[in-house]
Design a protein around this ligand. Structure first.
Ligand code: PMP
Length: 451
């Protein structure tokens, strides 16, 4: 490895970072991470922190998951690459598709289309939803509906259904035919409704209204995260997703659950949809499917949709979509090992218990720090602290305040994530009780320093 000065000096000169300003990165060097073990990461100066971000919500099993590492190196030896474009296949991908129907078959999701990550999985689901309607003879269904504050990746389709201007404006015009309805975000919403159940109803009604306004016969799909992640960790009321399911069914709209974050245990259940008792028509997966060790994802497809494609004799069902790295055997091997470990360690159960601990802990911090306007979580290991400059007016804190919280937490041994004026925490699901306490202590120190 090159020395520390070389890396710090050249970081922003030659490396353009995702989700960063290239000019600012030249002024301020980010933490350069050079090692990791368990739930801890180490930076180039040898400073060790508990990773309360969990990579990017993906390193559910921590950084020392040997079975996944061995599966990757074993597959590299046996077959480092072969495509699954029609005409060829590979054993690892076939085995993984079988594993995934074991996980999600009970939800009616019996087919897997493999991708290289979350944005690909979203794009796949959106495109196949449109094609599905063409296959079943309703080609006019092309529009997409989604939630404000939702995050669905950075490809043009996914970015078009994203509900946050920060990921859209610079790249407009977006895909035509994408419309957004208010998110069930209790702390701030256009209805000034603070009761989560009533808010869920209002948002569901907004969905009904938008469908009526657009015409159901023009809408292909509605996409949502079961718990909104990057938009600030927003868990809807338990009634919301079931209501959405019913509305979509009644209107012939494909329901896509974007489970790129919530899949594989993060909410304390094996999927966020299952958490709410909902069976979506498609499910986007990525991130924890390989524990973050290999770029990989999947779009799961319901039996009903699959059967329509498979029965097609006109050619409309021919899939003109796919990536060079779809069904990559190394990614598939990593995922097979990862899913086995995920089950063996029963990480969903730990996520639920540690999530409760973390949620209770941040609630306590709220009594101590006026800077906290809202805390969200309580559904596994997804916890947010929303910072305000004034609790009465809910005026958002400056981004610089959130950065100070994160910097001081880091000095105190905890890596948290800043998203606007929110602090987001999504540690590995294997985290211990003691390490959750460490995260809370680091956050406490950060909050104390930021006033
Ligand atoms: N959907 C959701 C819900 C996500 O959180 C993300 C990534 N944070 C994506 C899609 C995009 O995934 P990727 O960054 O792997 O393309």
């Amino acid at each position: 490895m090159k020395d520390s000065n070389f890396l710090k000096e050249n970081n922003a000169k030659f490396l353009w970072h995702p989700m960063g300003h290239p000019g600012q990165l030249r002024v301020k060097t980010p933490q350069i991470i050079t090692g990791a073990s368990g739930v801890r990461i180490t930076d180039i100066d040898g400073h060790e922190t508990v990773d309360a971000v969990g990579g990017l919500w993906n390193v559910n099993l921590g950084y020392s998951c040997d079975p996944v590492k061995q599966a990757i190196s074993g597959q590299l030896d046996a077959l480092p690459y072969y495509s699954a474009f029609a005409g060829t296949s590979n054993n690892a991908a076939i085995e993984l598709s079988w594993e995934l129907q074991e996980w999600f078959g009970a939800d009616g999701l019996g087919r897997a289309f493999f991708t290289s990550g979350g944005s690909d999985s979203v794009e796949t689901a959106l495109r196949l939803a449109r094609q599905y309607h063409k296959v079943r003879g309703e080609p006019g269904r092309t529009k997409f509906l989604s939630l404000k504050k939702g995050y669905h990746g950075t490809h043009m389709g996914g970015a078009s259904v994203n509900g946050n201007a920060r990921f859209r404006t610079a790249y407009e015009p977006m895909l035509p035919g994408c419309y957004h309805i208010p998110a069930p975000y209790t702390y701030r919403n256009p209805f000034n409704e603070s009761d989560p159940a009533r808010l869920a109803q209002l948002c569901a009604q907004a969905l009904e209204d938008e469908i009526a306004f657009q015409g159901a016969e023009t809408i292909a799909a509605f996409i949502m995260e079961p718990v909104l992640g990057a938009g600030g960790i927003i868990p809807p009321h338990e009634s919301f997703m079931p209501m959405v399911r019913e509305i979509c069914t009644r209107n012939g709209i494909v329901l896509i659950a974007d489970e790129v974050i919530t899949g594989f245990g993060r909410t304390g259940h094996w999927s966020g949809s299952r958490h709410w008792g909902v069976k979506p028509d498609m499910m986007c997966l990525a991130k924890a499917i390989t524990n973050g060790y290999f770029p990989f994802g999947a779009a799961m497809i319901s039996e009903t949709i699959a059967e329509a494609f498979e029965a097609d004799t006109t050619g409309t069902g021919n899939i003109g979509h796919g990536y060079t790295y779809s069904a990559h055997p190394v990614g598939a091997a990593a995922a097979i090992a990862c899913l086995a470990e995920t089950k063996r360690l029963n990480v969903a159960e730990n996520a639920a218990a540690r999530g409760e601990q973390m949620f209770a802990g941040v609630h306590k911090l709220m009594d101590k720090h006026a800077l906290i306007g809202d805390v969200r979580g309580g559904h596994g290991l997804m916890t947010a602290v929303e910072l305000v400059s004034d609790r009465a007016t809910k005026a958002p804190a400056d981004k610089a305040v959130a950065s100070t919280v994160a910097e001081v937490a880091y000095e105190n041994g905890v890596m948290v994530r800043v998203s606007g004026h929110n602090i987001l925490m999504s540690p590995p699901l294997i985290i211990s009780e003691e390490d959750v306490d460490r995260i809370l202590a680091g956050l406490d120190a950060g909050l104390a320093a930021a006033v």
